[in-house]
Structures are given as C-alpha cells and as structure tokens.
Design a protein around this ligand. Structure first.
Ligand code: GAR
Length: 196
C-alpha cells in the first residue's frame, strides 16, 4: 500500500474526493491531512473520515520559508508518505521542499495548463475570451505550476459565465480527475488522464 499525505488550505473538497477514492483494491491509503490554515474547513472533514490531521500555521514564521518548510517536512516525514497530494494548498513551495519529495508530489490546478499558472485562473480565462476552461493535475517540480501534466479535464466556458459560475462547473471535474490520476500514479502509471 502506498501512503498518501494530502496538503490543504481551505475547504478540502478535493481532499475528500481523493480520500474517498482510496478504498478496496486501490493501491493507496490516506495517512495524513496537513493544513497551513488552522481554520481550514477540510480539517474537520478529514477527521470525520478518520484521517490523522495536523496544522503547521505559516504565520508565526513571518516569511521564513525555510523554517516553515522544515516544520512541514518534520510533520510529513513522521507519517512516512510515499505520495504527497497538494489539494488547494495555497503556499508557494521552494525548491528545497520540492526536491525533498521529488517524483512523489502531485498538484491540482484550476486551469488548462500551461495556461494561467498562478491565481485567478477562471477570471483570466474569461477575460481572454476562452471558449473552454478546465483543470490539470501535474507533477510538482521547481517551476510553479510547470511540472509534467498527468491529467486534464475540459469544460465549456459560456458567454455569461462569471469566475464563480465557471469555477462551479470545473470543480466536479476536479473531483473526478484527481482520484483518476492518483490511482494511476500510485500504480506507477504516468499516462495522462483525459476527461470527460
Ligand atoms: C481547487 O479549485 C483547486 O484546484 C484550487 O483551489 C481549490 C481548492 O478547493 N487550487 C489552486 O488554485 C492551486 N493554486 P478545495 O479546498 O475545495 O479542494
């Protein structure tokens, strides 16, 4: 069994979909949910699923990323993860952290990468007049939102969409895409998943 740690900052809906997928003959199990936000709604959802949770609040580190990441690594490595899934984890990670987990870390990003790395992805897609939007799961490398793409889901962007309505159309596809990629990745299969 592969051991999976999931990193969150918010409501954790992707974390829930990942955790709920890891049952039966799935090759992995969730062993830890870590949040950098003590108030993150996903913490209670993880606890309700019987998953260990831990918090490393970034604020006391006052911008000392090396010290923050050392604390992250200490908590994560105590759980001996084989795979790390970033699921709405909203801190930029340095190469030192990323290299520590090289080849073991995935992220979900709400755009059709390589378009719209960073924040405000849906608003930027609409501002550009794109006729489609979506989400991507990629391996995390030192380049922000730039690692190899392991899966994508496309949805239409409609003329009267707002960032909110588009996000609401994309999110259910995130919840299908990320578990599908994790299942393959945990079996050593990096063939990209395409949805729908
Ligand atoms: C998701 O839409 C995810 O794609 C996005 O944050 C949301 C988290 O929702 N991630 C990023 O923007 C990463 N830069 P969730 O907490 O309900 O899973």
């Amino acid at each position: 069994m592969k051991r999976v740690a999931i990193l969150i900052s918010g409501s954790g809906s992707n974390m829930v979909s990942l955790a709920q997928s890891m049952t039966g003959d799935h090759p992995a199990r969730p062993v830890l949910v870590l949040s950098n936000v003590p108030e993150a709604g996903g913490l209670a959802r993880a606890q309700a699923l019987g998953i260990d949770t831990t918090v490393v609040d970034h604020r006391p580190y006052k911008g000392d990323r090396a010290a923050f990441e050392a604390a992250l690594i200490q908590r994560l490595d105590a759980a001996q993860p084989d795979i790390l899934c970033l699921a709405g984890f909203m801190r930029i990670l340095t190469p030192g952290f990323i290299n520590h987990y090289a080849g073991r870390m995935l992220n979900i990003h709400p755009s059709l990468l390589p378009k719209y790395k960073g924040l405000d992805t849906h608003a930027r897609a609409l501002a550009a007049g794109d006729g489609e939007a979506g989400c991507s799961v990629h391996e995390v490398t030192a380049e922000l939102d730039g690692g190899p793409i392991l899966g994508q889901a496309r949805v239409p962007a409609l003329p009267d969409d707002t960032a909110e309505t588009l996000a609401a159309r994309v999110l259910p596809f995130e919840h299908r895409l990320y578990p599908a990629v994790l299942d393959r990745f945990a079996r050593g299969d990096r063939t990209p998943v395409t949805l729908p």
